[in-house]
Ligand binder design. Structure first.
Ligand SMILES: [Zn+2]
Length: 348
């Protein structure tokens, strides 16, 4: 039995840090084991839409990194593309350090009420072309919200749009974020090398039963919603297959307890404090522990065309009880035992 594993520091290619006090709680947790994190731009009250926002947000994140991790953790900045985003804004954001842009189709998730309406309009394609010219990536929350579509059908309904985008922009690197269905996995596999997908740790654990099948579980509620067992099998297979089109994007999404445990609770699963331990557990159960390092630190870096993190972390086989909360935020698996523990967070 494996007692200890050494992994390159993670690239978490989909991370929500929020702003204010929450940011100060969550940045240190991710910086413990990640070398980089792609930071999502859907913050409030100020969203990250242009160069000034990127500079403002990066400074707050850098200030929240604990001193002993300042040289081994680096945020990768993004902007949110909306209907009103112009190619000039994209160029300016790139000069300010943004490496990718995120698109939320309108209404599909937290803070997506100003999301884009027509991803295939001539104006949207022009903006996406600017990304392509600069070597930036397009990150997509791949769901379509329509009145007579169930929440479980939203990802599949978006996939034709993904196919169209991949066809019209064959050199633009596109990431289908947090893929959650077998048909999503198959579609990403069928498209060219310019299309990849992130997979979250919680989508490797949950089905819809865990959200609403045994009482309502607000800390499992997220978008895209966890689906059925066949989808779960497909995600585990994709994550552990060694296919470089699939890499880690945790979508760790902190909300204060009172925003989750209430009527009309917020969507998002907070996995930042347990991510390496949880993934080690999942990969071990799939008998694919040897493929974990590629999933968390190699395939994402290759797709983003950035060098792999050279520092490492060490996990040991020691049971560990997940704390009940972190400054008012309830983590995934709160109060449960995990079989792995982080025993060294920055090995050169
Ligand atoms: Zn997200």
């Amino acid at each position: 039995m494996t007692e200890q594993i050494t992994l390159h520091r993670f690239d978490d290619m989909h991370c929500h840090f929020r702003t204010g006090e929450i940011l100060k709680t969550v940045v240190p947790l991710t910086s413990l084991y990640a070398g980089r994190a792609v930071v999502m731009p859907n913050t409030r009250p100020r969203a990250i839409l242009d160069a000034d926002d990127v500079t403002w947000y990066r400074e707050q994140i850098l200030a929240a990194i604990p001193p002993d991790h300042r040289d081994c953790f680096h945020p990768l900045m993004t902007i949110e593309i909306r209907n009103e985003t112009t190619p000039a804004m994209v160029y300016a954001a790139y000069r300010a350090g943004a490496i990718a842009a995120k698109v939320y189709p309108r209404g599909v998730t937290t803070n997506a009420e100003h999301g884009m309406e027509q991803l295939l309009s001539a104006q949207a394609i022009d903006t996406f072309r600017a990304l392509d010219e600069l070597g930036m990536l397009l990150l997509i929350h791949g769901e379509r919200d329509e009145p007579r579509l169930l929440v479980t059908q939203r990802e599949e309904a978006f996939l034709p749009t993904l196919q169209q985008l991949a066809l019209q922009l064959p050199t633009l690197r596109i990431v289908l974020e947090h893929v959650s269905t077998r048909v999503g996995v198959e579609t990403v596999r069928s498209l060219g090398a310019n299309v990849a997908a992130t997979i979250t740790a919680h989508h490797l654990c949950l089905t819809l039963n865990d959200v609403i099948g045994n009482g309502v579980h607000p800390h499992h509620a997220c978008m895209p919603t966890p689906k059925g067992f066949d989808d779960l099998d497909a995600l585990i297979e994709a994550a552990t297959s060694g296919d470089p089109k699939f890499f880690l994007g945790s979508d760790t999404a902190p909300h204060l307890r009172e925003k989750k445990e209430c009527a009309h609770g917020a969507c998002g699963v907070f996995t930042a404090p347990i991510l390496p331990m949880l993934l080690a557990d999942m990969f071990e159960r799939a008998d694919r522990l040897d493929r974990l390092d590629d999933f968390v630190s190699r395939f994402g870096a290759e797709f983003y065309r950035i060098p792999r993190n050279h520092r490492k972390i060490v996990l040991g086989k020691r049971s560990w009880c997940v704390p009940a909360e972190y400054a008012g935020i309830v983590p995934f698996k709160a109060g449960e035992l995990l079989s792995w523990q982080l025993i060294d967070s920055c090995v050169c």
